[in-house]
Design a protein around this ligand. Structure first.
Ligand code: ACM
Length: 264
């Protein structure tokens, strides 16, 4: 199967223009699954809760989700994309999961990063694996990577692929995701943005790009640039993620020592 991503540089608050730019970068690329960055349509650095509320949208009724639904129908691709979600008075840093048949579900970022808690509540939905055309896709958002239990839970729930919309500001995630893939024998599609935002005094943020697709064997199948917008598609063999044995003796799931681990 083919999976792909679009790495963009959104202009803060310009949702419509950012959607257009995603479509331009996407171009004629064809893939069963396309992943977009965290908060890809709004930008990341809100400077007040009021501003975040103005830009957040209900899912699936909001215009950004509706636009993604229309693209999925048009292109035949499933889409997973980061969206600022409003649900009544609560805001969540969310990802929508969309198939060519329409809206499938939502994930709300479990581990909000740094000052995000000025606007966003912690995710209150389970870590979930979504069935997309026979492929099982687990979803997590950016800083969730720093908690290995997140990827492990998705893998134990049967994920073949972890879709990972991100806005990375620290350098470690792209390499750390190689380990997440090796630990769990899953594919991971980490999709970042580029550029910077300086909307809060003393808190300039630079995003590191390097969107990537990593295999269950820890191979980087594609890694994007640090500074440029781009889109790419990679062919993957999904069967690799369904074999958890790494040799004739060691199975990464069956070999776990639940009698020794302390996870609570
Ligand atoms: C992040 O979670 N956006 C760093």
């Amino acid at each position: 199967m083919k999976v792909g991503f679009v790495q963009n540089n959104p202009k803060f608050g310009e949702t419509e223009a950012n959607l257009e730019q995603i479509k331009t970068l996407w171009g004629n690329l064809s893939a069963e699954l396309i992943v977009l960055p965290e908060l890809f349509a709004t930008g990341y650095q809100f400077n007040s809760k009021h501003e975040a509320k103005e830009l957040a949208e209900p899912i699936p009724e909001g215009p950004t989700t509706q636009k993604l639904i229309s693209w999925a129908k048009e292109t035949g691709s499933s889409i997973i994309a980061g969206i600022a979600e409003c649900d009544g008075e609560n805001l969540f840093n969310s990802a929508v999961i969309i198939s060519p048949n329409g809206y499938i579900g939502t994930y709300r970022k479990a581990h909000v990063f740094d000052t995000e808690n000025r606007f966003f509540s912690q995710g209150n939905l389970p870590l979930q694996v979504f069935e997309l055309g026979g492929i099982r896709v687990g979803v997590m958002i950016c800083f969730d990577w720093r908690f290995p239990e997140t990827a492990r839970t998705l893998a134990l729930k049967g994920a073949d692929i972890i879709a990972h919309p991100s806005n990375l500001v620290l350098p470690h995630c792209p390499d750390a995701m190689i380990t997440r893939c090796l630990e769990n024998r899953v594919f991971a599609i980490t999709v970042d943005r580029v550029g910077s935002e300086n909307r809060v005094d003393g808190e300039e943020l630079s995003f590191i790009g390097k969107s990537q697709v990593v295999s269950p064997e820890g191979d980087i199948l594609y890694r994007a640039s640090e500074k440029e917008e781009e889109a790419s598609v990679v062919e993957i063999d999904i069967d690799l993620s369904r074999k958890k044995k790494i040799n004739s003796k060691n199975d990464l799931f069956e070999g776990r020592r639940l009698d020794l681990y302390e996870l609570n």
